[in-house]
Ligand binder design. Structure first.
Ligand code: SF4
Length: 98
């Protein structure tokens, strides 16, 4: 815990330990991951179950991917505190603008 004095004089308490906690890899068996069809390899997506899936969709070019397009793993905004693999995919994939 760190106490910081803000401009207004209020004390803000920051839990640095929690903020610095390393993200752990998202387990494909995690209930939320299962519900959203998270898979480690976008080329292995079940086309019948996911008719909207396209071959060029993967975590690395998803709006929710919190790393650079070249990072092999990065946190995902959907799966808070956990990392996903660049070539993975799930049902809430959305194209990263630009
Ligand atoms: Fe990957 Fe995007 Fe799904 Fe996160 S939301 S697991 S980055 S496809």
């Amino acid at each position: 815990m760190t106490r910081l004095l803000t401009e207004g004089g209020a004390v803000a308490v920051v839990d640095r330990a929690a903020a610095a906690a390393p993200a752990k890899a998202l387990d494909v068996n995690n209930p939320q991951a299962k519900a959203l069809g998270y898979i480690l390899d976008t080329t292995k997506v079940d086309a019948k179950a996911n008719p909207m899936h396209k071959a060029d969709q993967h975590c690395g070019n998803c709006l929710h991917y919190q790393g650079k397009a070249t990072d092999p793993v990065a946190p995902c905004a959907i799966f808070q505190g956990q990392t996903v693999v660049n070539k993975g995919w799930c049902k809430v994939w959305a194209k990263k603008p630009g």
